[in-house]
Unconditional design. Structure first.
Length: 144
């Protein structure tokens, strides 16, 4: 498996990574993804892809380093998804290992993420990866 951190403008972002990311975020069109990345990049958003030996992108991670008062510095994972065809093959684990290395290199105290309450298979994976459930995430939708 090969893990790649993408730079802005890399065509693999939309050609390879976006189809995998859509398995988690089906609302993302090419145009919306480009817009989110353009705005999010200034806020630290980065993307990493996992490639199988045959060259297929089988995993995607969106992440950023955040400084705040609760964690001081953390690596926050916006998105972590393994293609359905490659689940339970170690892709998610390898992405987390890669992201943890980024976190440690950046002096982070934590690596964390949110996971929808309905994603019980993902929760089992995170618990196997020795992640703890440490908070509730509250949200309020804002109409436009």
């Amino acid at each position: 498996m090969k893990i790649i951190d993408f730079e802005p403008g890399d065509p693999r972002l939309t050609d390879d990574l976006l189809p995998v990311l859509r398995e988690l975020r089906p609302h993302l069109t090419d145009a919306l993804f480009r817009q989110v990345y353009e705005h999010g990049r200034a806020q630290g958003l980065r993307f990493t892809g996992a490639y199988a030996d045959d060259g297929a992108c089988v995993g995607a991670a969106g992440w950023r380093i955040i400084d705040n008062t609760s964690s001081l510095r953390k690596l926050y994972v916006d998105d972590l998804v393994t293609a359905a065809s490659a689940r339970s093959t170690g892709v998610g684990h390898e992405l987390l290992v890669h992201l943890e290395a980024h976190a440690r290199a950046a002096g982070c105290h934590e690596l964390n993420l949110d996971s929808g309450t309905q994603r019980t298979d993902a929760h089992r994976f995170y618990l196997r990866e020795r992640m703890d459930i440490v908070a509730f995430h509250f949200s309020r939708a804002l109409g436009r």
